[in-house]
Design a protein around this ligand. Structure first.
Ligand code: ACO
Length: 423
């Protein structure tokens, strides 16, 4: 049987055979038979926007791999910076390459004093940290105007390093501003995760010593969130990048997409849901109300995964490790009961609704002291690596500017009506 699809235009009787390549068919080939007819696909749910060799997901089997490496192995053995290198370069670094890479990141963690003193201080005291982060990332493009030279590979590399290195500094600065606390400068003797925790929580002590379990938990959560192929924010990065905007502006746009509650805000919704449930006795009633159509079970279900999200399993394990240090988040028992009830219930089983990565991550962040407003910011820090890997891949593929078509449903032509004659 040929690995192809034949389509016939019933208006003309003409047919065209289109080969199936890598699980897809070329819309350009298809369009040769159907010039002027557009593929109607709101939300791109049936459209592959690009070819990519970065991340592989099999949603039915619950598989996630970065550059071929299973997420479980990366979470166990790797670090966020090593994974960022892998995503960007396609291969795991050698010892020397990793040392150079970590050194480069360390050298770029500081932000310009004007960014802190003038730009950040201008935000209102209760500004949302994610709103601040989006603006800060965009503002970086004005500090590094050479970033416009996106096809100068040396320049591109420097700006990739800057973005990965400075995002935690900007994120922590946004938190300190909204908490009314003084800015903490990066401590480049610390690891990536330790340095972030130091910038978040340091008070008067000469050096902030993060608990190793908590620093490792943050690092693993960063590994798990580093990429997830063509999600909304990554698609935004590719679309804005396709206009050849500089990487700071494109990353700011991607972060803006992540700010949306449908994308970066689900773990906050989980916490609200668990708090509203209140105690494990109320779980059966809550599950019943969801089945009757009153709201959704937050942190359950995924557009791609129709199986247990492989990241959720890892996050659940991390939760136990973190709670040994911080004390158990009282909402954990409700979460466990809810998961048990849903996984045994025909409604959720038949719809293939399993816990996703956000079901347990909010519990961890809350137990570690992060305010809920910081949750999307904690997502944006590691996703910067994924956004940049996709951006560079898109540029290297010489992608055309993103410019979809539309199906026009408005008025046909009509003459202009003078204002006094309008009814
Ligand atoms: N609780 C209860 N029912 C659900 C849930 C849920 N969480 N998710 C889906 N369903 C039901 C729908 O009501 C629908 O039932 P029906 O066929 O009887 O109408 C069926 O399952 C299919 O649902 P869709 O909305 O078509 O599934 P889709 O793939 O579009 O949605 C989504 C995926 C948006 C993630 C959804 O499962 C959801 O809203 N989950 C809760 C929010 C959440 O956890 N989001 C985080 C996603 S992970 C991330 O972004 C990092």
């Amino acid at each position: 049987m040929a690995d192809s699809v034949t389509i016939t235009d019933n208006r003309t009787g003409q047919s065209i055979e289109v080969p199936i390549t890598d699980g897809g068919v070329s819309a350009t080939e298809w369009s040769k038979l159907l010039p002027g007819l557009w593929f109607y696909d709101p939300g791109f749910s049936s459209t592959a926007e690009c070819e990519s060799s970065i991340t592989y997901i099999d949603g039915d089997a619950g598989i996630l791999r970065y550059r071929g490496y299973p997420i479980e192995q990366l979470a166990e053995h790797s670090t966020y910076l090593e994974v960022a290198y892998l995503l960007l370069n396609g291969e795991l670094p050698t010892t020397a390459e990793l040392e150079t890479w970590e050194g480069e990141i360390r050298r770029h963690t500081f932000i310009h004093e004007n960014m802190r003193k003038r730009f950040l201080d201008g935000f209102h005291y209760d500004a949302h940290p994610m709103g601040m982060l989006v603006s800060e990332i965009a503002a970086l493009s004005t500090f590094y105007p050479a970033a416009k030279r996106i096809f100068d590979l040396g320049q591109r590399h420097e700006d990739i390093v800057r973005l990965i290195a400075k995002t935690p500094t900007l994120a922590a600065a946004a938190h300190r501003h909204s908490a009314g606390m003084p800015f903490v400068y990066p401590d480049n003797a610390l690891s990536f995760a330790e340095n972030f925790l130091s910038m978040m929580w340091k008070m008067a002590e000469p050096r902030y010593e993060a608990h190793p379990t908590l620093a490792r938990a943050i690092d693993v959560l960063f590994v798990l969130h580093a990429d997830h192929e063509q999600n909304c924010s990554t698609t935004t990065m590719r679309v804005v990048g396709s206009a050849h905007a500089d990487p700071f502006s494109a990353c700011a746009a991607a972060a803006a997409a992540l700010y949306g509650p449908r994308h970066g805000g689900a773990n906050e919704a989980v916490l609200r849901m668990l708090t509203a449930i209140g105690s494990i006795e109320n779980v059966p009633d809550f599950v019943r109300s969801v089945k009757e159509g009153h709201g959704r079970l937050q942190g359950f279900g995924h557009r791609v995964y129709k199986n247990y999200d492989p990241r959720a399993k890892i996050v659940r394990e991390i939760a136990y490790q973190v709670f040994e240090v911080t004390g158990k988040n009282p909402l954990l028992d409700i979460a466990l009961k809810l998961e048990e009830a849903a996984l045994a219930d025909e409604y959720f089983v038949s719809r293939k609704l399993y816990p996703n990565v956000d079901f347990y991550s909010g519990l961890i962040y809350q137990a570690m002291g992060f305010p809920v407003d910081m949750f999307p910011v904690l997502f944006a820090i590691p996703r910067t690596a994924g956004w940049l890997a996709h951006w560079a891949e898109m540029l290297d593929a010489n992608t055309k500017i993103a410019r979809p078509r539309q199906l026009y449903t408005g008025s046909p032509e009509r003459p202009y009506v003078a204002i006094g004659e309008r009814t």
